[in-house]
Design a protein around this ligand. Sequence first.
Ligand SMILES: Cc1ncc(COP(=O)(O)O)c(C=O)c1O
Length: 387
Amino acid sequence: MTLSEFRARFPILARRVYVNTCSQGALSIDVDEAMRAYLDSWHESGSPWEMWVEQVERLRVRFAASIGADSDEVAVMPSASAGINAVASSLTFDTPRSHVVVGDFEFPTMAQAWMAQERRGATIRRAHAASTSPDTLPLDAYDAVIDERTLIVPAAHVCFRNGHKTDIAGLTRLAHDRGAYILLDDYQRTGSGPIDVHALGVDFMVTGCLKYLLAAAGIGFLYVRRDLIERFEPTVTGWFGRVNPFAFRIDALDWPAGASRFETGTPPVPNAYAALAALQLLERVGYEAVGQQVDHLVGRFAAAARDAGFVVRTPSAPERRGPLAVVQSVDGPALVSKLAARGIIASCRGNGLRIAFHAYNTDADVDAVLGALSAEWSLLDRISVEK
Ligand SMILES: Cc1ncc(COP(=O)(O)O)c(C=O)c1O
């Protein structure tokens, strides 16, 4: 499938410039049809649970393949937060190794889920961004706090606030050298290009479907490295975390050998329909092609925005940025409204305007956003007005 065939699958792109995939991916015809297929199956068959559960299993297989994992290393969760809490509930903090190292660029859940473990004995250590460069988080910041007391390092791949991409391979080596686990939060990257979790060496990874995976809210994934799975028995559990949920036992707690032991209740069936269709669509265009287009668009946008004198908070080095570029505004919400009036859908976090690209975006989208920003220059923080 070519990029323009891919783009044609998203009706909204005929009417709007859509650069808000960091919040919600655009709706494709494929996902629309899949959700209708779910409703049809409900209308037709009433309660086809076998078929519905089978759909979740197909999704598990497909998602695992898309990140270079095996399907029994993947748990299908209702959210990324549920995946993080499943890991947290599996750990014990009553040993000398009880520190959790949390960086400044984490999504709130990632900090909050671990702060909640302080009651169970965890100590939070912070890896801070440099005071002189508040939008960069170098490995040195982690190096200063990861030590023989560190149990786990939860880390976002791409920051939702400023687009900074952390060197996860380097951070994984650092954590492992000091005997700590690493939990990758890949939510702001998954679907925007290829990843191979085995090659990366992370211990755990969480992500979800509603952003660059181009599906709906209500579904996430937890990857657990094969050799770790059987070490963990989460205290947050339920019948879908059993060897055979349909054994309906209330007298025994057994643990499957695979990552499904981290699951809890009835799986998110409607979302599995949507997510499977979105994954199939992404496979047709190919993750390599997606990654190249995203990288091209972000690079082109960020370079032109810098040339225009705008304050681009996302690092300029290609290896330190993901699919999101953030430009500093003087009034983020007002700028988002002005862009919406010009047919451009974007979002902000504080005064950081978030411009996110997927492979369905084009050079014309980049130009449209740049043109609108130039027209709304009074709402932008600028390095030099003359430039
Ligand atoms: C980086 C990151 N992590 C985690 C989450 C939370 O995901 P969920 O709502 O599925 O728990 C988000 C959602 O925006 C995110 O951007």
